[in-house]
Design a protein around this ligand. Structure first.
Ligand code: AMP
Ligand code: ZN
Length: 664
């Protein structure tokens, strides 16, 4: 078998596994084996860029950056839907339909997925483009991001037509959403409010490798195009499924409005068993000929109707408002409720967010409140039932002191949250910071868990993360449930963390707003902790993607004498506080301030290596040519449109050798 065959066989195989995993929900291979095969393919592709394929499974990991999303006019307008709320609404709708079309009317009932709508265009079975709904007439080209969503087929199977658009909804299933939020909380960031907004935000991220990390899913519901030979909406769904799209199977073909109502009633109750959020049912006239006769109003098709589920609400009594202190010192008020059943789970607590929220709701202990559950991890209090307010009720006084350490709380201008400023003396902050430091994505200290950290702090053995490095086995042995072996593991785990690279150490420090990605950016730019400490706010803001909020938080962190002392102790213990020498040896500033576009096929290095060389030498890689491009590095078979654009803008085109000469 030659290399080309090997590559195409691997692609085919990975595509099949992808399909089984993401569309059929029936994995045919372990994650590990899948990763190994993907790696193998990636290596081959990098060695042989001449076999590039825009639909290769390796593109799922993303990496392309989009600064501004291009606006694209939809070939077929993306309409909104009319809403109905009752049997009467639906009967009225049917009457209107029957005046306009002849014969029996049948309906497909589908679930109304709550996410971000998307229009995908396929040509010859290959995904050409993905565009957001926008205002319905034109939307944003988000193809690079959508390509990273595993359930969007990059290449179709079966008897698909040569060209068509397909519409659907990009959703973030509950489980993945909860996991993302868990990670955000660990990074000291505010959790996302709901899956829907997070899904649509994900489509507009500039770095597609960030989108790739989000567990998004794409559910399809309608094909449009010319001469497709499809007669009904139900067939539409079946076809799309056969071509490799993810089309949920809950849809049902029915013959009357009564049956529609049965479908609605069933899903109103069972929708919580679905892995993603739905906010109603969409009812569509099944016959496409009839659909055409019915046409559209200015806003929506006459042949379709949404039936919105009532958001589930229950009322219960607010027993008490308590306050939690996070690792950054942020105070979150929590409503402790009389337990009540809501959307299939027992609810005991709800977040009250901040003082403003409490004031806005005018919520008081003893009040009867309405609780609603959307996609949020914890339910939300909608309003107070004022009629049931007890006689002796008193307005809620927001706390002025930390519930854990009694320090007076502060609230910065323009911020909703109160903070406990007792950075070094407030136990939940101390424990939280050390827990963050040892967490998997930070220093990943094996043999030490969150509960043990709390024990160590409470026993007075540590008060900050630097203290971990002076712990001895004899000190930890007396702790609860600590055996000889686990004590050994703990100490050796701590020792091993000295090998963790700088960018993760930077993340582990727990500087507010410095999550994983920001830490990477800062580490790459400054290369050492000393350089970051020396940087002013203005300098920090000039680093790509570092905003004022982050810059302020970073400088604030290093102004503190305590933090400086912590850093020098970490330095003393041998923690990686700069990019290691061999990594650094390959990095220069030679190409600083220069922007490159790479095009074509190269001989001495792969495309990806070339891009890495540019970045390691301080240059920037962009995907499209603009007046800001400094050079185009052209290999064999440079695209003709790029060539033309380069000539028009008079941008110098250099060869692979010329480029390599520059960085020698
Ligand atoms: P609305 O935004 O309330 O006007 O509802 C219209 C939107 O519902 C469409 O733009 C789609 O994004 C979304 N939608 C979700 N599920 C479906 C479905 N099964 N059929 C049609 N539209 C749907
Ligand atoms: Zn405190």
């Amino acid at each position: 078998m030659n290399t080309e065959q090997q590559i195409s066989q691997l692609r085919e195989e990975l595509r099949r596994h992808n399909y089984s995993y993401y569309i059929l929900d029936a994995p045919t291979i372990s994650d590990y084996e899948f990763d190994m095969k993907l790696k193998e393919l990636k290596a081959l592709e990098e060695k042989h860029p001449e076999f590039y394929d825009a639909t290769s499974p390796t593109l799922r990991v993303g990496g392309e950056i989009t600064k501004n999303f291009e606006t694209i006019v939809h070939d077929h307008r993306m309409y909104s839907l009319d809403n109905s709320y009752s049997k009467e609404d639906l009967s009225d709708w049917e009457k209107r339909i029957k005046k306009l079309v002849d014969g029996d009317v049948h309906y497909t009932c589908e679930l109304k997925y709550d996410g971000a709508s998307i229009s995908l265009t396929y040509e010859d079975g290959v995904l050409l483009r993905a565009v957001t709904r926008g205002d319905g007439i034109q939307g944003d080209n988000v193809t690079t991001n959508v390509k990273t969503i595993k359930s969007v087929p990059l290449r179709l199977t079966g008897d698909f037509p040569p060209k068509f658009d397909i519409r659907g909804e990009i959703v973030l299933p509950y489980e993945g959403f909860a996991k993302m939020n868990q990670e955000r909380i660990e990074a000291g960031e505010e959790p996302y409010a709901n899956p829907r907004n997070t899904a649509s935000g994900s489509l507009k991220l500039q770095d597609s490798s960030e989108t790739a990390k989000r567990p998004l899913d794409c559910l399809l519901y309608s094909i449009t195009g010319d001469r497709l030979g499809i007669k009904t909406q139900y067939e539409n769904l079946e076809k799309a499924r056969n071509w490799g799209f993810k089309v949920p199977k809950e849809s049902k073909l029915v013959k009357s409005i009564d049956e529609v109502l049965e479908f609605v009633a069933y899903w109103d109750e069972h929708r919580h068993d679905l892995p993603y959020e739905t906010d109603g049912v969409v009812i569509k006239v099944n016959d496409l000929q009839q659909q055409e006769e019915l046409g559209f109003t200015a806003k929506a098709p006459r042949w379709a109707m949404a039936y919105k589920f009532k958001a589930e609400q229950v009322s219960t009594v607010l027993r008490e408002i308590t306050y939690q202190v996070g690792r950054t010192g942020a105070i979150t008020p929590v409503a402790n409720l009389e337990p009540v059943l809501l959307a299939g789970t027992t609810v005991k607590r709800a977040s009250l967010h901040n003082a403003d929220q409490i004031e806005k709701l005018d919520i008081r202990e003893g009040d009867t409140v309405f609780v609603e559950k959307g996609g949020e991890i914890i339910p939300k209090i909608i309003k107070v039932d004022f009629q049931k307010r007890p006689q002796n009720s008193e307005p809620t006084q927001y706390i002025t002191e930390c519930p854990e350490c009694n320090t007076s709380l502060i609230r910065k201008d323009g911020e909703a949250q109160h903070y406990c400023p007792n950075y070094n003396g407030c136990t939940p902050q101390i424990v939280g910071r050390i827990q963050h430091y040892i967490s998997r994505k930070a220093m990943d200290i094996e043999g030490l868990g969150g509960e043990t950290v709390a024990l160590l702090v409470n026993a007075g053995l540590i008060t900050n993360y630097a203290d971990l490095y002076s712990l001895t086995k004899e000190q930890v042995l007396p702790l609860e449930r600590m055996a000889e072996k686990s004590a050994d593991n703990l100490i050796s785990g701590i020792e091993k963390s000295k090998e963790i690279p700088f960018e993760r150490v930077l993340f582990a420090l727990g500087i507010r707003y410095v999550g994983e990605t920001v830490a990477k950016k800062l580490a790459k730019h400054y290369k050492s902790i000393d350089a970051i400490i020396g940087a002013s706010e203005e300098e920090l803001v000039n680093v790509d993607e570092i905003g004022i909020k982050i810059a302020q938080s970073v400088t604030e962190f290093f102004v503190s004498e305590e933090n400086k002392a912590l850093i020098s102790r970490l330095q003393h213990y041998g923690i990686q506080l700069e990019i290691s020498a061999d990594k650094l040896a390959n990095q220069t500033d030679t190409l600083k301030g220069q922007a490159f576009v790479v095009s074509g096929v190269f001989e001495k290095v792969s495309r990806n290596e070339l891009k890495k060389l540019i970045e390691d030498n301080g240059g920037k890689v962009s995907s499209s040519i603009s007046s800001k491009t400094s050079y185009i590095v052209a290999g064999a078979n440079m695209g003709p449109s790029k060539l033309e654009k380069a000539q028009k803008l008079e941008i110098p085109i250099i060869s692979e050798d010329e480029f390599l000469g520059k960085i020698q």
